[in-house]
Design a binder for this molecule. Structure first.
Ligand code: GLA
Length: 711
């Protein structure tokens, strides 16, 4: 809810209030738990001396990192934007960029720099149901002189007090590990430089202290930068937006630049903040068609075959997939051009018929087995050994007369060029139409280097690339609204809200080792819903780490996201296949809970980790212990998020996925107390290094309980 009260505006969600002063100096008055009474809010800002600013400009007395920096025609960088109006209005969507949806109105603040003839607009959109506020901004040149935007952030929040800054960092194969550090009067930076949101620093960050936790994310997939700075007045500033490094945008007469949208929320705890972010993503980022829609259980051939497969092999895997109850078969890399390894054919999106025996009929045969058909593409790339490169060397991203850098033996296409965008759109459309694919895995396996386009001004390239990518993705989902796109970037290298707007799920990591996936998935789930995370059961020993884990353990961990299997199922034993079939049947039965339930992280640092997800009267929990027993201490597990007033029947999920009841207890007791799980781990074939157990907790009525207890 948005309302005006005297000289301030109230932005209210179900559980939070955000108060903005909009007269005199505009600024934040309050952001936190929802207030029941706003008396006295006027003038709060004036009393404090140091205002909490909505954005920051350079050249006057604010010497912290600015959110807005403009170089004027005379070379100066001094700006002096003053508030001109504040009103509730229809929001303006950022042109060419993905944005949240579901709310038309916003609080619109207009600022004018009269000398420079520039207009800066800030928009606050309130999503009451997910306790989040989306913020966007744009700058219009209403004068005649061209200016250069050196930085334009999406969101600035200022708070009083000291905070710790939490980011989710990593590398290929170990994405989004949680790290926190105290600001202690300093600056923390979280930024990406390689042209995408990156494996290294995810744009989701948090600021927390004893008073609560603020979460922030950016609806963008390119270079981003978040900084948190504590100043000498005890204020903490958080800025998120396009990374200003190598960014500079020329804004001529009448032109407007849109900054990507950002989102923020407040919760009393990190858990609550995470839950609000996850709800926001599920309801206001993931596109309408796939909004809270159950995702298919898939089988993908990549780790099972890599590039060496035949039609017979693919059909044999698909046959087993169908037998086990999977719903979708995904043909991964290697089906096009002359692609036998990663040195060729990217760009040649035509059937490698010697391998597939005819792609269209292969897809038909797979469909005849009762599966839908999905396919892998990596459309932003080009191999030098390809027909496309031989015909159109000018399509690739490189600087003339310089040797381009190869990563994974490939170059990138120059998506800043509309002609190249047209090529990519047509190529992917052709693949979808020809194969009638209902799913597309959109991969992106390198970082950007040698950025250049002769029609693009320096400093604008990286953002123009993103606009090109979003334009192609936008047209594709418009043309194929029912197709499920899954994002991927060497695993989770582009896991962000920008991509999630087009690709409702993303392959979380190339590392599929159960033990290592625990931290990767927990870090990802801190800000993204389970339904956005692709999670597959792969072979043991694991391809990446060599660790061995039972099929049961691998399944338990993959239940933390959208379940898939990725191994050569044609070689699975009958016993394994029976186990997989039972797992898939179980997953389907609890799919709503697992994909869309309210998620709670569980665990005790160093000893065990897990999660519980609950929806309606049911919950599923997974517990993974790193040691079977630690000294004499037995392992006790506390659940979380259960309805305190309800009674639950707690069962363990056995290897064959049947349930064995272990106790009946109140939600309150299960949340606050603990259950000893020492003897519950699956020991038969379990081997190092992780021990898992899955639980189902189902509410039972008092009446049913009495009936059961009756002798
Ligand atoms: C990337 C993806 C994998 C697989 C390969 C194919 O590494 O993350 O899942 O699709 O590419 O080359």
């Amino acid at each position: 809810m948005l309302k005006n009260k005297g000289n301030f505006f109230i932005l209210e969600t179900e559980h939070t209030s955000l108060l903005l002063q909009t007269e005199g100096t505009a600024g934040y008055l309050y952001y936190g738990e929802r207030l029941s009474d706003y008396t006295g809010a006027e003038g709060l800002l004036a009393q404090t001396g140091a205002p909490l600013s909505l954005f920051s400009q350079w050249g006057k007395t604010d010497f912290r990192e600015p959110s807005l920096l403009i170089r004027h025609a005379d070379g100066s960088v001094v700006s002096d934007f003053r508030l001109r109006s504040a009103k509730i209005a229809k929001r303006v969507l950022p042109e060419g960029l993905p944005a949240s949806y579901g709310e038309e109105k916003c609080l619109r603040l207009e600022f004018i720099d009269a000398a420079a003839r520039l207009k800066y607009v800030l928009q606050y959109v309130v999503y009451a149901d997910s306790d989040t506020v989306a913020v966007s901004s744009f700058l219009t040149n209403v004068g005649k002189k061209t200016v250069q935007i050196e930085r334009i952030s999406s969101l600035q929040l200022e708070l009083r007090g000291c905070f710790s800054f939490t980011s989710f960092d990593g590398a290929w194969g170990c994405e989004r590990h949680r790290h926190s550090r105290a600001l202690n009067g300093g600056v923390c930076e979280n930024a990406s430089f390689g042209g995408s949101s990156s494996h290294f620093r995810n744009p989701f960050v948090m600021l927390s202290n004893a008073g609560g936790c603020y979460g922030f994310n950016l609806v963008y997939s390119g270079n981003h930068r978040e900084i948190a700075e504590e100043d000498d007045w005890g204020r903490t500033r958080l800025i998120t937006g396009i990374n200003p490094f190598d960014f500079s945008w020329e804004l001529g007469e009448g032109e407007t630049f849109f900054a990507p949208e950002a989102v923020m929320c407040y919760g009393k705890t990190e858990e609550e903040t995470g839950a609000r972010m996850r709800r926001f993503v599920s309801r206001h980022i993931v596109r309408e068609k796939w909004r809270e829609k159950e995702r298919p259980v898939l089988v993908n051939n990549w780790e099972g075959t890599y590039f060496s497969f035949t039609r017979e092999k693919i059909l044999a895997i698909a046959q087993r997939a169908a037998q086990a109850g999977a719903e979708l078969f995904v043909l991964d890399d290697g089906w096009f051009g002359r692609r036998d390894d990663d040195c060729s054919s990217l760009g040649d999106w035509t059937d490698y018929s010697e391998k597939t025996g005819g792609l269209e009929t292969l897809a038909d045969e797979i469909r005849a087995m009762g599966l839908s058909f999905g396919i892998w593409v990596e459309p932003e790339m080009i191999s030098e050994n390809s027909e496309l490169y031989r015909k159109h060397p000018e399509y690739c991203m490189r600087v003339p007369k310089r040797e381009p850098t190869r990563m994974r033996n490939q170059l990138m296409l120059n998506l800043a060029d509309p002609q190249v965008q047209g090529f990519v759109f047509r190529a992917v459309s052709r693949v979808i139409t020809q194969t009638k694919a209902s799913y597309v895995k959109w991969d992106y396996n390198r970082y950007m280097t040698d950025c250049f386009d002769k029609g693009t001004r320096g400093g604008e390239y990286l953002h123009r690339y993103m606009l090109g990518l979003y334009s192609v993705l936008g047209k594709l989902i418009e043309r194929y609204p029912k197709v499920l796109f899954e994002g991927c970037a060497s695993g989770g290298g582009r896991f962000d809200l920008g991509m999630l707007r087009y690709t409702p799920q993303i392959w979380t990591s190339d590392n599929t080792d159960a033990r290592e996936r625990i931290a990767i998935q927990a870090g990802t789930a801190a800000g993204y819903p389970q339904s956005s995370m692709g999670a597959h059961v792969t072979a043991s020993p694991n391809e990446q780490t060599g660790n061995r884990n039972s099929l049961y353990t691998r399944f338990c961990i993959a239940c933390g996201g959208v379940l898939g299997y990725e191994s050569d199922l044609s070689r699975a034993t009958e016993e394994e296949l029976r186990e997989i079939a039972a797992q898939i049947a179980f997953y389907k039965e609890y799919r709503r809970v697992l994909q869309f339930g309210t998620y709670h992280a569980l665990g005790e640092s160093g000893r065990w980790a897990g999660f519980l997800t609950a929806e309606g009267g049911r919950a599923v929990a997974v517990v993974a212990a790193f040691e079977k027993r630690t000294y004499q201490k037995s392992l006790r597990v506390s659940f979380a998020g259960l309805d305190a007033r309800a009674i639950y029947r707690v069962s363990i999920v056995q290897r064959d996925c049947t349930l064995r009841e272990i106790c009946v207890a109140s939600g309150d007791l299960l949340n606050k107390g603990s259950v000893c799980v020492d003897d519950m781990f699956d020991t038969e074939r379990e081997c190092n290094p992780v021990y898992t157990r899955m639980f189902v907790l189902e509410k039972i009525t008092k009446k049913a309980l009495d009936r059961e207890l009756r002798p």
